[in-house]
Design a protein around this ligand. Structure first.
Ligand SMILES: [Mn+2]
Length: 385
């Protein structure tokens, strides 16, 4: 299937001038994908859709945000319908360059109970982007906006969790799930031609939103198996993307106090008994310091940088895994895990989490003796081969 993809791509490259290059770079990889894309396009073309809501996952990352904005712009361009994007948490400042498109509103949902249905009413279509299971959708939004919407679509590139009887992964009416796609944002591109949208009529920010998602989920195009992302990036550039602008927006200057914080956090990183796991427990003291860097944007920046920071430490120490433990909500322990080559998705799934083979996570109820709890999770990774 990949061969076809490359052939299509080269073919278009050679035989068409730059204005007429095909969006075939986004061709579905499997017949199942094509079938799902056709079904979703058919829904979009035939249902009476006047209002659309789009959401990503909680703790939103670049792909969640990029794919949500890109899908909003695609639908608004094609159907001229108003689209509301719901971000679960504050929209970090560095993504604000994606806003400002007429017809598209952006709402940050931060607290638990918002009475969203009274505020927003019923939508004709709700699309969930980059979100493998409904546990990662804001509860009020899920119950009162998503489920009450006349039509529901899921577009994602994570494995759908199947180890749970509640079918938390199959939460939509139509789903396009392509685990081979490096980012969910690229999946939005697959709809451009089937929906008969002229790529040059899409707003410039469409390209930027997709590229934001690609950069986020491919480690700036450095991770393995990201060839299709590189090819799609070329197509975006041919469609008017200025990569430098996006990179500049995504890398705001890091203030001194954040650098100071990192110097301190370094002292709290530990190595497991078998020296196979480097880990950081964000205890109350560290969390307090994060909170003191009072702007929400910086807290977000820190969360992301901490993961990269642990990855660097893992490489330096030649450990296999890096883990971050953090208390979330009132009584949950969030575990983010990264590895170089060993598959950690199964461990995450065992704890009802998910993610990718080398970047996975889960949330578990917090036990009274948190040190013991962390030790037992560390041991689980330490014993993994
Ligand atoms: Mn993603």
């Amino acid at each position: 299937m990949r061969i076809n993809y490359i052939n299509n791509y080269n073919y278009n490259f050679k035989t068409q001038n730059t204005n007429q290059f095909s969006f075939k770079g986004w061709s579905p990889e499997t017949p199942e994908n094509k079938e799902q894309i056709d079904k979703i396009c058919n829904l979009l073309n035939t249902a009476d859709i006047k209002r659309v809501s789009i959401s990503g996952h909680s703790f939103p990352d670049s792909d969640s945000i990029g794919s949500s904005f890109a899908m909003a712009m695609l639908l608004n361009t094609k159907y001229k319908v108003p689209v509301d994007i719901f971000v679960f948490g504050n929209l970090p400042r560095k993504y604000k360059f994606l806003r400002g498109q007429p017809g598209i509103r952006v709402f940050s949902i931060c607290d638990k109970n918002n009475n969203l249905i009274r505020r927003f009413g019923q939508y004709d279509l709700s699309i969930s982007m980059d979100t493998p299971d409904n546990m990662r959708i804001h509860t009020d939004y899920y119950k009162n906006i998503f489920l009450k919407s006349k039509h529901r679509v899921k577009i994602d590139h994570h494995q759908t969790p199947t180890n749970n009887k509640k079918q938390i992964g199959n939460y939509a009416e139509y789903s396009l799930v392509d685990t081979k796609s490096p980012s969910a944002s690229q999946l939005v591109m697959q709809f451009v031609e089937p929906l008969d949208v002229k790529k040059e009529l899409l707003p410039k920010k469409f390209n930027e939103a997709i590229y934001t998602g690609i950069l986020g989920d491919t480690g700036y195009l450095t991770r393995p198996n990201t060839d299709s992302a590189k090819q799609d990036a070329i197509l975006l550039i041919k469609n008017g993307l200025k990569p430098k602008l996006v990179k500049a927006a995504l890398h705001p200057e890091i203030p001194q106090e954040v650098n100071d914080f990192f110097k301190e956090a370094l002292c709290h990183v530990k190595l497991s008994p078998k020296k196979r796991v480097v880990y950081l427990y964000i205890d109350d003291e560290i969390q307090k310091k994060i909170n003191e860097l009072n702007s929400q944007d910086m807290a977000y920046e820190i969360n992301n940088k901490l993961k990269g920071f642990l990855t660097d430490t893992r490489r330096l120490t030649k450990a296999n895994f890096s883990l971050i433990f953090q208390k979330v909500e009132e009584n949950k322990l969030k575990v983010s895990a990264r590895s170089e080559s060993i598959n950690i998705l199964d461990i995450a799934k065992k704890h009802h989490g998910g993610g990718h083979e080398n970047a996975a996570g889960f949330c578990i109820p917090l036990r009274k003796n948190i040190d013991m709890q962390i030790k037992s999770i560390i041991k689980e990774f330490d014993d993994q081969y």
